[in-house]
Design a protein around this ligand. Structure first.
Ligand code: ADP
Ligand code: GN1
Ligand code: MG
Length: 352
């Protein structure tokens, strides 16, 4: 296997001789490797063509976004071309190569408020930068990615099919989702009527999709640009809170450890809103805590739908991994509902 990967790494314009190729990172979608050569390090990724069938347009998006960011002086991913000058290598599986961004770390949970505040500022600045980016050059890599009512319909279909007979093992989670079906439409509805502005958004703003400086904990680069598409600010704010304002990992089995932390919420809101204060609309600001709830329920239903379908979408490490993930999300969503008003007061204070 390593021999094959080595061979694939050599298809790209790399410096030096390949010394090793090792599995790397905690992403749920692509298969990521660290490539070390005699000259430097790279990130090699086997692209997930089940999730993103159109590699050509996906890489066009990433090249366009990274070139745009680099031109304005923002540190970003650099796509290393193949020796034939292509942005990815097409074979039995498709692969791409990035420079490894040295001197950085990624966090699977927020180690303290400072890191999370810095992440918030960086995703806010990313949002600002993309305000000047021409959305018409982007392909929608996953149509209706954060259309939560549609995600709910997909969940219902997976439940009806119950392909592996797993529904009986998650009755409580199913009941929670069915009971919350009526709360999922405000964002798509706002975008449809124009009450919420359509922006270019990242759409997958979890803390491990940002590289933090290993020495200072300042944010260095926003990565995982596969889902940069038109969307709502509520998606980017909400998904970051979903993952990072939890007191435990996304796949913590012990639910007594899983809580929605208002201190972490405040830290992220301070960072994010310090960057987007000038462009956020009053309606967006009011709905930020709802956005966190929405992205968290949505993610919970995606994990549960994948559990019911037999783990065909997210990478898993054990048979009930998606169920464990779904449980943390639903626990967090319930606490977010309880703390909605306190979270709204925090947002208002940040904007004063
Ligand atoms: P996935 O889509 O599977 O989440 P990512 O693109 O987010 O894949 O990459 C997975 C992990 O690999 C990231 O969380 C990060 O830790 C690491 N990583 C990705 N690209 C780079 C890079 N250019 N430099 C350093 N680390 C990286
Ligand atoms: C996936 O690629 P990664 O691991 O950063 C997923 C997100 C989910 C997240 C849950 C393209 O993100 O939408 O919120 O897992 N990405 C895609 O951890 O589906
Ligand atoms: Mg990722």
């Amino acid at each position: 296997m390593e021999e094959l990967l080595r061979h694939i790494a050599e298809k790209f314009e790399i410096a030096g001789e390949v010394l090793s190729v090792e599995p790397y990172g905690e992403g749920h979608i692509n298969v990521t490797y660290l490539v070390t050569t005699t000259a430097r390090r790279y990130i090699l990724q086997q692209m997930n063509t089940n999730v993103f069938p159109d590699s050509e347009n996906l890489m066009k998006n990433i090249c366009a976004v990274t070139e745009f960011l680099r031109a304005r002086g923002t540190e970003t991913l650099r796509v290393v071309p193949t020796k034939e000058g292509r942005p990815y290598f097409a074979g039995e599986h498709n692969f791409r190569l990035y420079d490894f961004i040295e001197g950085t770390v990624t966090y699977q949970t927020a180690p303290n408020e400072k890191v999370f505040r810095n992440a918030g500022r960086a995703f806010g600045e990313f949002q600002n930068a993309l305000a000047a980016f021409d959305a018409s050059v982007l392909t929608e890599t996953i149509p209706r990615f954060h259309d939560t009512p549609k995600r709910f319909a997909d969940f219902r279909a997976a439940l009806e099919a119950d392909a592996l007979g797993r529904a009986e093992t998650c009755e409580e989670e199913i009941a929670f989702l069915l009971a919350h079906a009526g709360t999922l439409g405000d964002c798509v509805e706002g975008l449809r009527t124009g009450a919420l502005p359509l922006r270019v958004t990242h759409n997958d703003t979890k803390l491990n999709n940002i590289l933090m400086d290993a020495a200072t904990d300042e944010a260095r680069a926003v990565i995982d640009l596969d889902t940069v598409m038109p969307g709502s600010m509520l998606y980017d704010f909400g998904d970051a809170i979903r993952f990072g304002a939890s007191t435990a990992a996304e796949d913590e089995r012990d639910l007594s450890k899983v809580h929605f932390s208002l201190d972490l919420f405040r830290a992220y809101a301070e960072g994010y809103l310090s960057a987007v204060k000038a462009s956020i609309t009053p309606r967006e600001a009011e709905l930020l805590p709802y956005g966190a709830y929405l992205m968290t329920v949505e993610c919970g239903m995606r994990f549960l739908a994948d559990y019911l379908a037999g783990d065909v979408y997210f990478k898993t490490k054990c048979a009930d991994h998606n169920l464990v993930r779904a449980r943390t999300q639903l626990r967090l969503a319930a606490e977010m509902e309880e703390k909605r008003e306190q979270a709204q007061a925090i947002v208002r204070r940040c904007l004063q």
